[in-house]
Design a protein around this ligand. Structure first.
Ligand code: GDP
Ligand code: GDP
Length: 451
């Protein structure tokens, strides 16, 4: 289950103030799960960082914009609004070189209306001589403006530390009830216009499905419970999707924050792709995020009614293979929200995927697997100073489910290369059929004499 001690922090501000530079600075300090996946290092949506004892999930709210056609002021306002509804805290970035501009004031007005913690970062304060740029931002009424230099790093971590201190301690807020762990929570995610809300409407419109609304456990979330012949599941955070479907307020379409928040609460992610448009960078980012957040992933290739002919279907298959190959063998369902084709199979796919991630393997079958894997491909020798010593594995045990988490004891965890770790993960996945499921491997040191 997702760890509740995680706080979501949205980074907002006008374009060009340095939001992405700051985000990347923080992101650079963490080794991402999909670190060496080509094309996924840039334009990431969310990044987890540790600040003291707190875990923060930083979200670049500009990361999932539908397009640049929207008027700037409107887009920025919407970003601020979304941050307030979706995040636990806001990191508001302004440009120290320019002083407070009208758009900064508008964002500040929106942010002041909420009780959520806001940190005001005055960026581009690169050298001590720039410090006099900071005071002008007191007028925004958001407390003490804090100087940073996203480019050079100055002040960046102090800023996060102070923000972390103002956050309510998770679990003590009283407002958030623990999600009922027996229910399967599923997130329907994808970039704008792939057909998420249409799929939701098809799903809840089916005569074979009984639908009930579950009051949101967190903030303003609305979940939907579907009881089907294949069992029950809960689609998390559907409020934004349904608003979009009714086209009530176009501005309320969910963006990066809604996606992150839904994934954080879900065990299974249904990543929706527009089959007619093919696989884009954004699709890949969303899929990677789902995996990183510990969700088992299935792909829903929507608009299948528009994919005509053997040629296009094959081309699409190759694209999925190439651009989403970091997904561990995900189930793929070709659907059409328009015609309803195969939509009724979605709940069964989600349940079967969740079932795989929930299994507990016995220590004896795990150890048999470990012995065989290591025999098949021995880890490289560990280099310690001038000595090279063989790396030895002792035993493995499963410490968690959804995602399946394993603890491996060995002589020198730091000497295990990422490629070898991946080898072990893949063997585990093959042997125990964890297709579509992320696997967490933890390595721990044990001295040889004890083994
Ligand atoms: P965003 O649109 O808010 O995400 O802004 P970017 O991160 O893309 O940065 C906009 C421009 O400001 C880029 O040219 C950055 O190199 C520059 N920039 C960002 N942070 C700093 C900083 O701390 N100091 C200086 N001098 N320039 C910065
Ligand atoms: P969302 O932004 O992901 O929620 O996407 P929507 O559900 O709003 O759909 C975006 C557009 O794609 C709308 O015009 C839908 O009518 C259309 N659409 C969605 N699903 C399908 C489908 O299966 N086939 C076709 N042809 N169009 C679809």
């Amino acid at each position: 289950m997702p760890d509740r001690a995680l706080s979501i922090v949205a980074i907002v501000g006008r374009p060009n103030v340095g939001k992405s530079t700051l985000f990347n600075r923080y992101a650079g300090h963490r080794r991402a799960l999909v670190e060496d996946t080509p094309g996924l290092t840039r334009d990431r949506i969310a990044e987890e960082v540790e600040v003291g004892s707190r875990r923060l999930l930083l979200v670049d709210t500009a990361g999932l914009e539908p397009g640049a056609r929207e008027e700037l002021a409107g887009a920025v306002q919407r970003q601020a609004q979304e941050a307030l509804t979706g995040a636990d805290a806001v990191l508001f970035v302004v440009d120290g070189r320019e002083g407070p501009l009208p758009l900064d004031r508008e964002i500040a007005d929106t942010l002041r209306r909420s009780a959520k913690p806001v940190a005001l970062a005055v960026n581009k304060v690169d050298v001590p001589a720039h410090a006099d740029r900071v005071a002008a931002f007191y007028e925004l009424g958001l407390g003490t403006p804090q100087p940073v230099s996203a480019e050079h790093g100055g002040g960046a971590w102090d800023l996060l530390e102070r923000l972390a201190e103002t956050l309510p301690v998770p679990g003590e807020t009283g407002g958030e009830e623990a999600d009922d762990a027996s229910l399967l929570r599923v997130a329907l995610v994808g970039r704008p216009n792939v057909g998420k809300s249409s799929l939701l409407n098809q799903l809840v419109g089916s005569e074979r499905v009984v639908v009930s609304e579950v009051p949101g456990t967190t903030r303003d979330a609305v979940d939907m419970r579907l009881d089907t012949e294949d069992g029950s599941l809960v689609l998390v955070d559907t409020a934004g999707l349904r608003r979009a479907a009714r086209r009530q307020r176009v501005g309320e379409r969910g963006g990066a924050l809604m996606t992150v928040r839904a994934l954080e609460r879900a065990r299974v992610a249904l990543v929706v792709i527009d089959g007619a448009a093919g696989v884009t960078d954004q699709d890949a980012h969303i899929a990677a995020l789902a995996l990183e957040r510990g969700c088992a992933c299935a792909l829903l290739i929507n608009k299948w009614d528009l994919v005509k002919g053997q040629g296009s279907a094959e081309q699409l298959g190759q694209e999925i293979e190439r651009r989403l190959r970091f997904l561990p063998d995900p189930p793929i369902l070709r659907v059409s929200a328009k015609t309803g084709q195969r939509v009724d199979r979605i709940p069964a796919v989600a349940r079967s995927l969740a079932g795989k991630g929930e299994r507990r393997l016995s220590t004896s079958e795990l150890n048999r697997w470990l012995r065989e894997a290591v025999e098949r491909h021995e880890p490289a020798m560990a280099q310690r100073g001038s000595r090279r010593r063989p790396l030895k594995f002792f035993y493995a045990t499963q410490t968690g489910v959804s995602p399946p988490t394993f603890l491996l004891f060995c002589t020198d965890p730091l000497a295990i290369r990422p490629a070898y770790r991946r080898f072990l993960e893949n063997r585990l996945r093959e042997r125990f059929d964890f297709a579509g499921t992320p696997i967490r491997l933890r390595l721990r040191a044990r001295r040889e004499a004890n083994g």
